[in-house]
Write a protein that binds this ligand. Structure first.
Ligand code: ADP
Ligand code: MG
Length: 319
């Protein structure tokens, strides 16, 4: 059972990046408007996420790191179809506590005093403390008890590069949040609440931000670069589906490029940040918790919406 538990936890948390994503998703689900992420030694020493979200009431905090315990599913299981939160499996904190040491401190704004949880493997200890409103979750000593898992990790610098890139995408898709990312004590990303253009400025700099146009039509919101100022790189096409940054499926990248029609030279890809809204049942986030694969029930329909939203944005801004 011990080994089985570690294998199951490893499906959810196989590297520090997974911890970062899960903790940030929880902060967003908690309605945070301020999220601070700290990473040390590539996340193996500690990943800490502090938010100003709704917090967890003291009476339910003991459940937070219990497997399958989630506050995000209604009692009716078939309602998983209508989930709008980023999490709903109730496995992330549990898995983090199997892979390392979990320390969670939380306080809903209206509650006097904060609650804290220390969890590692099957040991869970709950106590009281004081803290500002919101939640701080730290996962330390990741894979300390799993030398084999530790050996297969990327070098810290590589993991940090991927974590920073992931958090950049979160900034792009959640520009209204105040973000701060610190790596080994050094600020890497800071972003004050803004619109998508402001997020492009935080991630790619002011020059890129001055080159984008707003897109807003048919459940597609964000920015695309003005065609004459576009460079040939595909690594700057970003999509989210219902708030979750996802790996861009080629159909959606193609739809953006088609939206430019003949305005875009062949072989050139624009910068884009597009937030797509679909009915909860039309997007299955269940494909794999870690790989942000999109499974859209109506990909051609969504692609058509993207194409016309981009075309409309360009038409509204004649050159
Ligand atoms: P899930 O997100 O799938 O529900 P998690 O293991 O990530 O599962 O979290 C378990 C539960 O702990 C959540 O359902 C939520 O109630 C609570 N929780 C975790 N992180 C936070 C947070 N940052 N703010 C408020 N509640 C949180
Ligand atoms: Mg979660």
């Amino acid at each position: 059972p011990h080994v089985a538990r570690l294998i199951a936890a490893g499906e959810v948390v196989s590297r520090p990046l997974d911890v970062v994503r899960e903790l940030v998703d929880n902060a967003l689900d908690a309605g945070a408007t301020r999220i601070e992420v700290e990473v040390e030694e590539g996340g193996l020493r500690v990943v800490r996420v502090r938010d100003n979200g709704v917090g967890i009431p003291a009476e339910s905090v003991a459940l937070a790191a219990v497997r399958h315990a989630t506050s995000k599913l209604p009692p009716d299981v078939s309602a998983v179809e209508s989930v709008t939160t980023l999490g709903f499996r109730g496995e992330a904190l549990w898995a983090a506590a199997q892979a390392g040491h979990l320390h969670l401190v939380t306080r809903p704004a209206a509650q006097v005093g904060a609650a804290e949880v220390h969890a590692h493997a099957e040991d869970v200890q709950v106590g009281r403390t004081s803290a500002p409103a919101g939640t701080t979750v730290a996962v330390s000593g990741l894979f300390g008890a799993l030398p084999a898992r530790l050996r297969t990790q990327l070098p810290p610098a590589s993991e940090v590069r991927e974590i920073t890139a992931l958090l950049g995408r979160y900034v792009l898709h959640h520009p209204a949040v105040h973000w701060r990312v610190t790596v080994d004590g050094e600020a890497r990303v800071t972003h004050a609440p803004a619109d998508h253009r402001g997020a492009v400025a935080s991630v790619y700099g002011p020059v890129s931000a001055n080159r984008v146009l707003a897109v807003e039509a048919g459940g597609v919101r964000g920015v695309v670069s003005r065609p004459e100022l576009t460079r040939a790189r595909r690594d700057r096409m970003h999509f989210s589906v219902n708030g979750r940054p996802v790996q861009a499926p080629p159909e959606l990248e193609k739809a953006v490029i088609e939206g430019y029609a003949e305005l875009l030279p062949a072989g050139v890809a624009p910068l884009c940040v597009l937030d797509l809204t679909v009915a909860p049942g039309d997007h299955n986030p269940n494909v794999h918790p870690a790989k942000q694969t999109v499974a859209l029930a109506d990909l051609p329909g969504v692609a058509a919406r993207v194409r016309s939203a981009v075309a409309a944005a360009l038409a509204a801004h004649p050159l």
